[in-house]
Ligand binder design. Structure first.
Ligand SMILES: [Zn+2]
Length: 389
């Protein structure tokens, strides 16, 4: 199969491929041919359990290897035993148990979420502690529909879901080829992309995946790093400022359509006690003063000067979010930063890291009549859309 270019976007920047993109898999005709559509699966880590987990659902078998199966069950308990994995109270004799329904539409219930057909439970030692890691292998396109469903609210225009579908597919394939040797390619949380299983899927998300089937974003014939975030606050951040690594297709873009986001504008008050605790290790004592001393070209906070009684230091805007909480300081686009004896008042715009597709902006542009191709061209300028299958 030959990769078909379905659209070139005309805002191309020039220059060598960035270092990080160079590590991604090349999207060439050869690669596309080696990946038939029915074979494109991704492996998602959907849960970690320190002692035991119960899986139930449609009649299933528990497999040890390719042929070695147990009788059909509807419920099974897997546990961490003294010598490894236990299945229904018996030593399993292997580190992996594969639970598989016979019906194509069979579902398995794990910790309140339903998944299609197959779950793998792996006994492993992580951070010196034994645990059970549950991995769900599934078809890439089904996964894309699931990401669109879980990442975006309902009731948005189709083009916004389609743009998210292409970004999610690109992100997933890049992650897969970076982590081929690992038991899973992505987490099911915000660490990678939020995936919630069957129950969160809805018809428009499925339509968004189906109508963009196989389409990914590329730069110089490689998959791009298709970052996305909730709301940029007016202008997206460059990859260079956001991640410290220049990427030609992520120069920072004017958005101006995310003002309907709940956190387009936000205000946070952080008590003095909380601040002193958060920065105690950095300063070796209480904070005397805090001040933004440098901003990026898009107005985000690049450096903050922190003074203590013993020493002073500078931290990045991202450090501030990490130390005070990602859901306390919603973004680094800070309009007002007021330090007083009582603590800190921060007023800002947008939520998330601000790099790549702005989800609320995609919604705004879709409502204004933009196509998914136009939306992607805005947030990943110069990236080409390639249909792999
Ligand atoms: Zn935006």
């Amino acid at each position: 199969m030959v990769a078909v270019v379905v659209g070139f976007l005309l805002l191309a920047a020039s220059g060598p491929a960035p270092a990080e993109a160079a590590a991604a898999v090349p999207v060439s005709a050869e690669t596309a041919a080696a990946v038939p559509p029915s074979d494109e699966t991704v492996r998602i880590a959907v849960g970690r359990f320190p002692s035991a987990v119960t899986i139930e659902g449609a009649p299933f078998v528990v497999r040890r290897g390719a042929d070695d199966t147990t009788v059909a069950l509807r419920k099974v308990r897997l546990a961490v035993g003294k010598k490894g994995l236990m299945v229904d109270g018996q030593p399993w004799g292997a580190d992996v148990a594969t639970i598989e329904t016979r019906a194509d539409d069979g579902a398995l219930l794990l910790a309140g979420h339903r998944y299609r057909r197959v779950l793998e439970v792996r006994y492993q030692v992580f951070d010196k502690k034994p645990e059970l890691l549950v991995v769900h292998p599934l078809d890439l396109e089904t996964y894309v529909a699931g990401i669109v469903s879980a990442e975006l609210p309902r009731g948005w225009p189709l083009a916004a879901y389609q743009a998210q579908a292409v970004a999610a597919r690109t992100f997933a394939m890049a992650a897969k080829y970076r982590r081929l040797e690992l038991p899973y390619h992505m987490e099911a949380s915000v660490i990678d992309q939020v995936y919630g299983g069957i129950d969160r899927e809805h018809a428009l998300a499925i339509e968004a995946a189906a109508s963009t089937r196989g389409v990914v974003l590329t730069w110089q014939r490689r998959l791009v790093n298709a970052y996305f975030h909730a709301a940029c606050g007016g202008v997206t951040e460059s990859a260079l400022e956001g991640w410290g690594s220049a990427m030609d297709y992520l120069p920072g873009s004017s958005c101006e359509r995310c003002s309907d986001a709940a956190r387009y504008r936000w205000r946070t008050r952080v008590a003095r006690k909380t601040i002193d605790k958060a920065f105690a290790r950095v300063l070796g004592g209480p904070v005397k003063s805090m001040k933004i001393v440098e901003r990026t070209a898009t107005g985000r906070t690049r450096r903050i000067r922190l003074e203590g009684h013993k020493r002073a230091t500078t931290i990045s805007g991202s450090d501030l979010r990490r130390l005070l909480g990602w859901s306390v300081v919603w973004s680094t686009m800070i309009d007002k930063f007021e330090w007083s004896a009582a603590g800190l008042v921060v007023e800002g715009r947008g939520s998330g890291h601000g790099v790549g597709l702005c989800q609320w902006g995609a919604r705004g542009w879709a409502e204004a009549g933009a196509s998914w191709q136009e939306i992607l061209a805005r947030y990943y300028p110069g990236a080409a859309l390639v249909r792999l299958f």
